[in-house]
Design a protein around this ligand. Structure first.
Ligand code: IMP
Ligand code: MG
Length: 194
C-alpha cells in the first residue's frame, strides 16, 4: 500500500515537528499506522512459516531495524532465532553508494532459512550486498522483509518478499531510522521539511 498522510489524522499527542541538529522534520506516519502495517506484514510471514520446524533466522540489520524487529518478532507464530549484523551506506541524508559491513553475523547461518529484517529499502544496495553475504555464508534461502520501501529509488532485481509500507522518495527519521544517528528513538515517523 502507498502511504499518504492527511492532516486531519494527526493526533495531538504526537509532536508535529521535531528538530534534529540542523534540520526540521514534520510528522508523516503516526505509530498507529506503523503498527497496523506491521500487523499485516506479520500475517503474511506467518502464512508462509507457521508450522515450520526448521527454526528460521530473523536477521536484524542494525541499527535501523531495531524497533521494527521488536514489533515484528512478537507477532510471529513460529520458533525463530534472532541474529544481527551491521551495515551502513548513509551519510547525513543521502546514500554514499558504498555498503560497509561494520559488524559480521552474530551466529552461523549455514543451511538455515533467513528472513532479513530491514527498516527501509532505498537504492537497494544494502540488500544486494546482504543477499551476497548470506549466500557466501551458506544460507539455505534468504527472504527480504522491509518496513518501508521507496519504489521510486529502488532499481534492483532482488525480490522484496514482504513490504509493510511504500513511501515517496523523501528522507525520513524515527522508529529506528536516523539522521546522523539522531532521531531513532521517536515512535512516529517524520519526514524532512524542505
Ligand atoms: P539502500 O542501500 O540505498 O537501499 O539504503 C538502505 C539503508 O539506508 C537503510 O537500511 C537505512 O539505514 C538507510 N536509509 C535509506 N533511506 C533512509 C531515510 O529516508 N532515512 C534514514 N535512513 C535511510
Ligand atoms: Mg538499515
Amino acid at each position: 500500500m502507498l502511504y499518504t498522510n492527511f492532516a486531519g489524522y494527526i493526533k495531538s499527542v504526537q509532536m508535529e515537528r521535531i528538530t534534529l541538529k540542523d534540520k526540521t522534520f514534520r510528522i508523516f506516519i503516526p505509530y498507529e499506522d506503523i503498527s497496523a502495517a506491521i500487523d499485516d506484514v506479520a500475517v503474511k510471514i506467518n502464512a508462509d512459516f507457521e508450522g515450520c520446524t526448521d527454526f528460521p533466522v530473523l536477521l536484524c540489520v542494525l541499527n535501523g531495524s531495531i524497533m521494527f524487529m521488536g514489533e515484528l518478532m512478537k507477532r510471529l507464530k513460529f520458533d525463530c532465532q534472532i541474529v544481527s549484523t551491521k551495515l551502513s551506506s548513509y551519510e547525513g541524508t543521502s546514500t554514499t553508494g558504498k555498503v560497509k559491513q561494520a559488524m559480521g553475523l552474530t551466529a552461523d547461518i549455514t543451511g538455515r532459512r533467513v528472513i532479513v529484517v530491514e527498516d527501509i529499502v532505498d537504492s537497494g544496495n544494502t540488500i544486494v550486498e546482504l543477499k551476497e553475504i548470506l549466500k557466501e555464508k551458506g544460507a539455505a534461502e534468504s527472504r527480504i522483509c522491509t518496513l518501508l520501501l521507496k519504489p521510486e529509488a529502488y532499481k534492483k532485481d532482488v525480490k522484496l518478499d514482504y513490504v509493510a509500507m511504500e513511501i515517496p522518495n523523501d528522507f525520513i527519521v524515527g522508529f529506528g531510522l536516523d539522521y546522523d544517528e539522531y532521531g531513532r528513538n521517536y515512535k512516529d515517523i517524520y519526514v524532512l521539511d524542505k
